[in-house]
Write a protein that binds this ligand. Structure first.
Ligand code: ZN
Length: 111
């Protein structure tokens, strides 16, 4: 089952002038699959509230989302790293990797 999560930058003040960050726009919801489950991610993009600051025209995005999922991709980096480790460190076959991922899915649903 997909959970809905709302994310935005961890900063509440502009790193350039220190004024409050406010909503600029919402990104379209994204479907993201990680080893912990499937999510609909709603990202809220912020900007500086100070019109005279360069941060007013900037977009402050979620650091967590940016560092855990490649732009325009569905699978999280944790899934990609997991597959890479199974394939190149443990020399698993594609079939074994598929089974391992199904095991992860099973763990997430029932574990
Ligand atoms: Zn600012």
């Amino acid at each position: 089952m997909r959970q809905e999560v709302v994310v935005s930058t961890g900063m509440s003040e502009c790193p350039l002038c220190g004024k409050r960050l406010v909503k600029k726009y919402n990104m379209n919801p994204r479907h993201v699959i990680t080893l912990n489950g499937e999510y609909w991610v709603l990202e809220r993009v912020l900007r500086c509230s100070n019109r005279k600051c360069p941060g007013y025209s900037m977009s402050f995005r979620s650091e967590k989302l940016q560092s855990s999922v490649i732009s325009k991709k569905i699978f999280g980096l944790d899934v990609i790293v997991y597959i890479g480790e199974l394939r190149y460190k443990e020399h698993k076959s594609y079939e074994e990797i598929r089974e391992a991922l199904e095991g992860e899915e099973h763990k997430n649903k029932y574990g």
